[in-house]
Design a protein around this ligand. Structure first.
Ligand code: HEM
Length: 279
């Protein structure tokens, strides 16, 4: 192989690497904006009502099937704790993915990691309680779908934790990324649904919370992000330059769709709920 061909290949490889890194960075920035908007809503909407015991205020959120139920103290406490614990996931997940924190403040990474794992386990257990004891589920299939989400959160947490303790950093990174995605599945559901509603609406269609897309999201909210992550890791670690360009392009399209969903849910749900203007 001539030197010129080798130089061209080397350059193509490095441009493909840069494109993939830039696309992943774009995804991360948009995801953090969306997760911190979620955090703002969670703290603003559930914080004062839960801490003052005004649980009835939750019923203003007409997107929920079951929030406050008169007389169901255990269920109400489980719901309030669940909604508030979600804010730790929205805040801590982003912190864990910032490379500068991992390299310059490893003890912060370790402590946030421990809190994130314990919180994710608490959310899984309180979620399973609400699904199967309180009976807050759309139907059996959606109940099983979200229960599988809980099982994956617990399993991935254990695997990420074990690999960190064994100092297997490359394995830890993979399991931690998977944990991050499954722990954010309920955020993906909300963002994904609003993105779909807006795009369908622009094309003249309509959908509802019990339509086929919502059923697809029951499993899709964690299986789609996990599949995209596997493709990304393959493209990054062993893909051809063309594969990396294709992955970078796909990530940019998915990020734009995610941005549309974040805009939609913040504008049509979180903000009106905080303002008290949700109709
Ligand atoms: C770590 C991951 C999770 C996070 C961050 C999370 C977050 C939330 C949040 C913020 C709410 C309040 C709804 C809102 O204001 O939008 C909620 C509701 C709920 N969550 Fe989770 N959740 C998680 C995992 C789970 C799991 C694994 C289950 C079930 C096994 C579950 C079951 C529920 C149920 C039943 C509701 C009430 C929904 C309704 O009545 O419409 N969650 N979750």
């Amino acid at each position: 192989m001539s030197t010129a061909v080798m130089t061209n290949r080397f350059e193509l490889n490095s441009v493909a690497d840069t494109a993939l890194k830039a696309a992943a960075g774009f995804w991360f920035v948009v995801a953090v904006i969306g997760q911190w908007a979620f955090l703002y809503y969670l703290v603003g909407f559930y914080g004062p009502s839960t801490l003052t015991g005004n649980f009835q205020a939750w019923t203003r959120n007409t997107f929920l099937r079951m929030s406050y139920v008169r007389g169901d103290t255990a269920g109400n406490l489980a719901f309030g704790a669940h909604a508030l614990l979600a804010s730790i996931i929205a805040f801590g997940g982003a912190i864990q993915l910032i490379p500068q924190i991992r390299t310059r403040a490893i003890s912060v990474h370790r402590w946030v990691g421990r809190v994130f794992f314990v919180t994710a386990l608490g959310l899984s257990v309180s979620g399973l309680y609400m699904e199967w004891v309180r009976g807050d589920r759309e139907n059996i299939v959606s109940g099983l779908a979200i229960s599988l989400n809980a099982v994956l959160i617990i399993l991935f947490c254990v695997l990420a934790w074990r690999s960190a303790r064994a100092h297997e950093m490359s394995t830890h990174r993979r399991w931690a990324l998977r944990t991050y995605l499954v722990a954010n599945a309920q955020w993906f559901t909300r963002v994904g649904f609003l993105s779909w509603m807006i795009i369908r609406g622009l094309l003249g269609g309509r959908d509802s919370l019990d339509g086929p897309f919502a059923s697809f999201l029951d499993f899709g909210c964690y299986l789609v992000p996990l599949a995209v992550l596997e493709l990304y890791l393959r493209a990054k670690e062993s893909g051809t330059p063309n594969g990396r360009f294709a992955m970078a392009g796909s990530l940019i399209v998915l990020t734009v769709l995610m941005g549309v969903g974040i805009f939609g849910i913040a504008t049509f749900m979180w903000w009106p709920l905080l303002e008290g203007t949700l109709k």
